[in-house]
Write a protein that binds this ligand. Sequence first.
Ligand SMILES: N[C@H](CCC[C@H](N)C(=O)O)C(=O)O
Length: 293
Amino acid sequence: MSDRAPFAKMNGLGNEIIVADMRGRADRVTAAAALVLAANPVTRFDQIMAIHEARTPGTAFFIDILNSDGSSAQACGNGMRCVVQALAAESGTKAFTFETVAGILNAREHEDGLISVDLGEPRFGWKDIPLAEEFRDTRAIELQAGPIDAPVLHSPSVVSMGNPHAVFWVDADVWTYELDRVGPLLENHPIFPERANITIAQVTSPSSLTMRTWERGAGLTQACGSAACAAAVSAARTGRTGRTVDITAPGGHLTVEWRDDGHVILTGPAEWEFSGNFDPRTGVWAREIEGAA
Ligand SMILES: N[C@H](CCC[C@H](N)C(=O)O)C(=O)O
C-alpha cells in the first residue's frame, strides 16, 4: 500500500471540497491529516469526501465525510456532487449508488453537467435530529440568540437530513445578521447534543429562498447542500413555500425538490480545481504536475 493517495480539490457552489481516492486501502483519512490540509490556504476545505471500497452489495462506494475541524459528518450534499463528477469523469458512468454512515443514497450527473443527489427522507422527530429534550413540534422550537426580550434570531425549524440542521427564518436581508458571531454559539448550544448546522433563511417567493449557513465543524461556508435541503423542507413544512424551491446561497444557486415519495433531491454544479496526492495519515501533500505520468 503506497502511503500517498490521489485527491482532487473541487468545489460545489464554493463549498470547498477535497475528494480523496482511498480505494484499495484499509486506512482512513485521519483527523490530524484533515487539520493539516485545512490550515493550508491552497488545500483549505470545508469537507473531505473520501471514496472507499463498497461495504454493502448493491452500492458502488462507501463515502467517509470529514469536516475541516477533523470531526465526521453524516451527510454532505455539495460534496456528493463533487464525488459524482470525479467518478463520472474517470469512468463515463453517470449514475451511482453510494453508502455513507447515514445510509444509502443515489446520485447522477445530467446531460447539462448539473448533478442531482437524493438525500433520502428528512427526519423531524426530536430524538432523530437529535435534540437534548423533547419537542413535539419541530417546525419551530424554543431557542433564541440575542437579548432575551428582543432576540435577533429565534424559533428555528429543526430537521435531520442525515445530519442535524436548525433553520432560523428572518424577514430582513440574510447579510444583516452576524452569523459569524451567533453561529458558533448556536452550533454548540446544549439543545444540540451532536451540535448542529445553523442556517439563516429569508423566503423571497413561494418557490425561492436566500440563505447563509454556519456549518457544524466547518464554520461559514459559501453553500451547504444539506442545509439547502433542510431549509427547503422546513419552508414547505411550515407553509412558507411549495415543495420545489430555488435556493440562493453566497456561492450561487441550487434547486431542491421534496418529492411526493418523501425523498429530497438536491441539484447543482460541481467544479474541479486541481489534483494532487497526499498522505492520509499526516496530510503532507503535493500537487500533481501537469503532463506527468
Ligand atoms: N457542506 C455540506 C454539509 C456538511 C455538513 C457538516 N458540516 C456537518 O453536518 O457536520 C453539504 O453540502 O451538505
